[in-house]
Design a binder for this molecule. Structure first.
Ligand code: ATP
Length: 389
């Protein structure tokens, strides 16, 4: 599969824009702030249902507008399939395939598989856990859309449970409880806790499995990139640590439930969830040492790049159609040898979209479809002006 056209309306800085693409290597060139990342981020949102840059949909919609639209024409087996996603400022995002009936995001996720290496990916090694959770969630959703729904369910339960804890906490502060919280509130909390444990354990187990599957490709790609024997490992750090020992089982469920009982006074005092998959994390180790604390700047880069390429390899093996590889403005940060290595790799893939501020960052562009964004914007504006009555 390859994307022949990516079109956006009212998406971030773009009122309306159409980008025609070819199989093989596409290079989108434009000055800083032109909107290159916005375009490839639109593809990320269509593929995974989320953006690595923001946790809500609002920033994706152009300022002053109420919705954004992302459309991709995919060429598959001689046919064109149009995937469309409407991102709403408020409310649920909706999709369509070939202009058909309205679909939930879970029905669209993974249909146009893609993997992007972003300039900020170095933070996957050193940054906040939320970035690593987004990485796992986006990849798992593309591999299996039922994961996307599970992730939504867990977040919904965490929100509901958190809101009830906050309410109970406020009531306690105000002295409204008298003899304690009402039986009805406690029963509701119990029901949500039980559901949260069941779905949360499943989510934890699926993330752990995914991380295990990435281990081998990550190690082998890291060795190729670093050019030396190094031991790289990924270590999952679940909040429901019980799943590490007993898997998804009755025993884990009981032990997590007991854990919740122990921390209940703390949850009540703070009015929030203290444990759950929304606090999971994973870490990289390099030769047995935590990379977050010990890796050099270059090693962090290589680890992040190797992780993305491992994700790409894993998706290529399992997805129904080959994923599109996106390299967003990463060349400026790579040394000459790595630029050549990545370019050679990119030239062998079914479809790659690379964004760059300066063409001079790319060692060789003769085999690529080069798109000059500024020129394209100018041509389109001139065409529109000529069509005006
Ligand atoms: N919701 C939004 N509405 C309008 N404009 C937005 C919105 N979100 C982001 N922008 C604008 O998009 C522009 C940045 O676009 P983008 O990050 O795609 O640039 P870029 O070409 O990748 O730049 P660089 O080479 O510097 O990374 C900024 O000018 C920003 O103000």
């Amino acid at each position: 599969m390859y994307i022949s056209r990516l079109a956006v309306d009212q998406y971030r800085s773009w009122s309306s824009f159409v980008l025609d693409l070819e199989p093989g290597l596409n290079i989108v060139q434009g000055r800083n702030g032109m909107g290159k990342t916005n375009l490839v981020e639109a593809l990320e949102v269509l593929s995974t249902g989320s953006s690595h840059r923001v946790s809500s949909s609002a920033p994706l919609v152009q300022r002053g507008q109420s919705k954004a639209t992302i459309r991709a024409n995919a060429q598959e087996g001689g046919q064109t399939i149009t995937y469309e996603l409407t991102v709403a400022l408020r409310g649920a995002n909706r999709g369509r395939i070939n202009g058909g009936p309205s679909l939930y995001m879970r029905d669209l996720v993974g249909r146009v598989p893609s993997v992007t290496f972003w300039p900020e990916d170095q933070r996957l090694v050193t940054g906040e856990p939320s970035g690593r959770r987004t990485f796992l969630d986006q990849m798992a959703s593309q591999l299996d859309p039922s994961y996307y729904q599970l992730r939504q369910d867990v977040s919904h339960l965490a929100q509901q449970r958190g809101a009830l804890l906050k309410q109970l906490s406020r009531a306690q502060e105000d002295g409204r409880f008298g003899a304690g919280p009402s039986q009805a509130d406690l029963s509701t909390l119990e029901v949500w806790t039980a559901q949260f444990i069941a779905k949360g354990m499943e989510l934890t187990a699926r993330r752990m499995r995914l991380l295990q599957e990435l281990q081998e490709p990550l190690e082998s790609i890291y060795r190729q990139l670093a050019g030396q024997e190094q031991e790289v490992a990924l270590v999952y750090q679940p909040s429901f640590a019980e799943v590490l020992e007993s898997g998804v089982s009755q025993e884990s469920s009981q032990r997590i439930s007991q854990h919740f009982q122990r921390i209940y006074p703390g949850e009540l005092a703070r009015g929030q969830n203290l444990i759950g998959p929304q606090r999971d994390d994973f870490a990289f180790t390099l030769n047995g040492m935590p990379a977050k604390e010990y890796a050099s700047n270059g090693e962090e880069w290589t680890l992040a790049l190797a992780l993305r390429l491992a994700e790409y390899q894993r998706l290529s093996e399992q997805a129904d159609s080959n994923p599109i590889l996106v390299l967003d403005d990463v060349f400026a940060q790579l040394d000459e040898q790595r630029r050549r290595q990545i370019l050679q790799f990119a030239q062998r893939q079914p479809q790659v979209i690379m964004t760059v501020a300066a063409l001079s960052d790319i060692p060789q562009t003769d085999q690529a479809h080069v798109i000059d964004l500024a020129q394209l914007v100018q041509e389109r504006a001139a065409l529109e002006a000529s069509l005006l009555p």
